[in-house]
Design a protein around this ligand. Structure first.
Ligand code: TXA
Ligand code: MG
Length: 346
């Protein structure tokens, strides 16, 4: 599919909003990653998203709204617990799954009876959504399987010729997609995908608003030490994700790293990249590593991860040796994305 893609400057957000309201596809910035938006009430606009991304038809989309007042337009029932999470953690990097309002295009939910809803915190995203005045279905603006764009340049390179317009904005502040939660009545809150809203942040909100006894689970396991239950899954997490062309290899210890560097060296001097925190390990410095990315914090690692994956490809690296952080705070989301980039399933 080839079409002319217009670029709108940030101050032209209302022009970009008009394109989306009228049935076009518009890439827009959010604080998590850039999204590719379509009017969620327009069946043919929503199916255009699946074509532009090469996205499997059974993978539902998140609907974006400008404020909590618009929630009844997209959700059919709003439980007290779900409303509480939306009120206290939105706008922000949180998507809550609701029973879907039947006025939404059916392709949004890919055959499910539910819809994921998010109110982004990015001021430009909210101006765009307010001006659009319709709910906007938007997955990440990457072609299916590739890392999500976190800057205008990445989003434009990925979607030029595939969408009607791109709204230019700042780099995404967080760099990883939102936390998705599915509240199972008042019994349990399942995390379907971890993001910058951590289990501790969810816990604090539930505790402060009368839901102290409601457990939080990730992959069916209690993140607070309870026994496991059958785990629901976000359909999208079944697919290969966040993958650069290079092979991503993860290490947790110096011994792991040593083995990976020896393998890379043994393999005829293939170019490799190193992603880590703190200082460059001697073994890496001495081994002719062709791209080193050191992050000062886990937040900075999360912020830059997708861009660095693509930079390693551009630099011709055939392997990326990446440090796997402990799964706490933002480390839970970061380690999830790194594992998927490395090809782990589930
Ligand atoms: O931060 C984000 O969430 C970004 C920005 C653009 O808002 N969006 C995003 O969308 O990451 P996408 O399509 O790349 O990922 C959405 C994930 C997929 O894994 C999908 O299967 C899951 O959310 N999902 C969407 N609707 C769902 C539903 N009703 N039930 C379960 N999972 C759902
Ligand atoms: Mg995505």
């Amino acid at each position: 599919m080839h079409q002319i893609t217009r670029v709108f400057e940030p101050e032209q957000f209302s022009d970009a909003a008009r394109v989306v309201r009228d049935g076009g596809l518009v890439v827009f910035p959010t604080e998590t990653v850039y999204g590719i938006g379509a009017n969620a009430l327009d069946e043919s606009a929503v199916s255009g998203i699946f074509r532009a991304k090469g996205r499997p038809q059974d993978n539902p989309l998140i609907v974006h709204i400008a404020s909590i007042q618009a929630l009844p337009r997209v959700a059919r029932e709003i439980s007290e617990l779900s409303a509480c999470l939306m009120r206290h953690l939105s706008p922000g990097a949180l998507t809550v799954i609701f029973p879907r309002n039947l006025s939404l295009a059916s392709a949004v939910s890919a055959g499910l009876d539910t819809v994921g809803v998010r109110i982004p915190a990015s001021p430009l995203a909210r101006s765009f959504l307010t001006s659009a005045a319709v709910p906007v279905a938007a997955p990440s603006a990457n072609q299916s399987g590739r890392p999500s764009p976190t800057s205008f340049a990445m989003a434009y390179a990925e979607m030029n010729g595939r969408v009607d317009a791109v709204l230019k904005g700042p780099d995404s502040e967080l760099g990883l997609e939102s936390t998705i939660v599915w509240p199972d009545g008042d019994n349990c809150v399942h995390i379907l995908r971890p993001g910058a809203i951590s289990p501790t942040m969810l816990r604090n909100v539930l505790d402060a608003h009368g839901f102290k006894s409601v457990p939080i689970r990730w992959k069916g396991q209690g993140v607070e030490g309870e026994q496991s239950l059958a785990a629901p899954a976000a359909p999208g997490t079944r697919y290969r994700h966040y993958s650069p062309l290079a092979t991503v290899l993860l290490f947790e210890s110096d011994a792991d790293l040593l083995a990976l560097v020896s393998d890379a060296r043994a393999d005829g001097g293939t170019a490799y990249a190193f992603f880590g925190i703190g200082s460059v390990p001697e073994i890496v410095a001495d081994s002719g590593c062709s791209m080193v990315r050191l992050f000062s914090t886990l937040e900075a690692y999360a912020h830059d991860l997708y861009r660095c994956l693509l930079e390693a490809d551009a630099a011709g690296c055939s392997r990326i040796l990446a440090w796997l952080p402990p799964a706490e705070g933002i480390g839970l989301a970061l380690s999830d994305r790194l594992r998927r980039a490395a090809g782990y399933q589930g």
